[in-house]
Design a protein around this ligand. Structure first.
Ligand code: UD1
Length: 425
């Protein structure tokens, strides 16, 4: 079992390069089976979810080769449409391979996916997209999901909720379909934009990404290319939250300023000074944050992009636990994402959860304690809280954190935080 030990109550100062985006790269890895050459990614985060996805790609027939943070995926050989059950339970993004496999082989078989337990996570919208494109979709009582189509045909796909994964799956299935697909109610997340940029580089015909209507004209074939994975806005936001809670001054290089406007607004609202970092050529290349006082209480609601990301709700809970005054947080994306509140309470936080809302009665001091990472972002939130808390905190079950952060201890030590792995798997 991986555990992290933190000595808190010290301001954080320093500069880090942010890792490549976890949620960005996972659908891109799925896209690699759509081409019959080699796709090379640079700036790939070496995290458990990526390693798991690479394992699945190998089991369906791809040859994957790492060189530092570069990853080449050769999909020129035969690709099988069936994802092994043992791999699927470990991560939810295995479902993203379905659209791509359907596009490549005309058949995709998978199982109800795993991932964080943050509420019921159905895949009905993913399956709806496949059937709109002409696939026959079935699911048995053991959770086996199958989709097959002699030929996918472009169509109108309407999502009643802008699901990120379902939008990605619809895109992956539509790029090689015959004719035009229009996705209405599409998610607008930056990860959709980067996936479309990659697919276009591979030869796809797509427009409208970043809006709620995306149009795809199917093409005959896609090709290999080289693509640089953008910086991880959620990892950047987690470290900004850690500094907002503990105080200090941080420079996050490659932090995607353009796509973090809502987070920046919220950090400013709680009293942080936040500015873009510019390169010598004048381009924005990161985010700088100063926090000199205790955070101020605020009201916050998560929401699909451009709203405040649900993945940063737990880190904000940690920050607001130390705020001056009473804060309110509403979780509008996943219904069971306040599990970390109970762990923060062990550190002295006063949080009342009622349904999808939490009231946080800010405390001047949090105290170190033994706490358990309940999920990926919740685990990282505990690290942020621990850095602001007096004394020592032990975080157990950090395997959750390793799913999404390449090395949270390395990164925070670069900010002069006292944090180390006690046991690492
Ligand atoms: C992705 C992110 C995750 C983030 C989430 C919301 C990845 C790998 N994960 O997850 O970190 O928290 O977006 O920004 O990119 N829903 C349905 N039916 C479906 C699909 C989704 O009802 O078929 C619901 C979900 O239960 C949830 C909401 O839609 O309440 C949002 O889910 P979705 O946007 O699909 O999230 P993911 O793609 O799973």
């Amino acid at each position: 079992m991986s555990e992290i030990c933190v000595q808190g109550c010290r301001p954080l100062t320093g500069e880090i390069n942010i890792q490549g985006s976890k949620n960005g790269v996972l659908p891109m890895l799925a896209a690699s089976v759509l081409q019959r050459e080699t796709l090379k990614f640079t700036n790939v985060p070496i995290i458990q979810d990526v390693l798991c996805m690479v394992g699945i790609l190998e089991s369906v027939g791809c040859c994957c080769r790492w060189d530092g943070h570069s990853l080449s995926i050769d999909a020129s050989g035969e690709i099988y449409g069936e994802i092994p059950r043992k791999d699927v339970g470990k991560m939810r993004s295995s479902i993203l391979l379905m659209g791509a496999l359907l596009g490549r082989t005309g058949r995709a078989v998978t199982w109800q996916p795993g991932g964080c337990s943050i509420g019921s996570r159905p895949v009905d919208l993913h399956l709806l997209a496949f059937s709109r494109l002409g696939a026959v979709v079935s699911e048995d009582e053991e959770g086996k999901i199958e989709a097959s189509a002699k030929e996918l045909t472009g169509s109108m796909v309407y999502f009643p909720f802008p699901s990120v994964g379902a939008t990605e799956n619809a895109l992956l299935a539509a790029v090689l379909a015959r004719g035009k697909t229009v996705i209405e109610g599409a998610a607008r997340e930056p990860e959709i934009i980067s996936l479309c940029q990659l697919l276009r580089r591979m030869g796809a015909d797509i427009c409208g990404e970043g809006s709620s209507r995306i149009e795809v004209c199917g093409v005959e074939r896609l090709f290999g290319t080289v693509f640089d994975v953008p910086g991880d806005r959620i990892a950047a936001g987690t470290y900004l939250a850690a500094v907002a809670g503990a105080g200090g001054h941080v420079r996050i290089l490659k932090g995607p300023w353009e796509f973090m406007q809502e987070e920046i607004r919220v950090f400013r609202q709680i009293g942080a000074e936040v500015e873009p970092i510019s390169s010598k050529t004048g381009e924005v290349c990161g985010i700088e944050l100063w926090m000199e006082k205790r955070p101020k209480a605020i009201s916050l609601s998560t929401g699909p992009y451009p709203g405040f990301p649900t993945d940063l709700q737990s880190p904000m809970l940690a920050v607001l636990s130390r705020a001056e005054g009473i804060s309110q947080v509403r979780e509008a994306v996943f219904e069971a994402r306040f599990k970390t509140a109970g762990q923060l309470q062990k550190m002295g936080a006063q949080i009342e959860v009622s349904g999808n809302c939490a009231r946080i009665f800010g405390q001047e001091r949090l105290l170190g304690a033994r706490v358990q990472a309940m999920d990926l972002r919740g685990g990282a939130a505990l690290a942020a809280a621990a850095l602001a808390a007096c004394g020592e905190t032990m975080i157990t079950d950090c395997i959750h954190i390793e799913r999404g952060y390449e090395d949270i201890c390395r990164d925070i030590r670069l900010l002069h935080g006292e944090i180390c792995w006690v046991q690492k798997k």
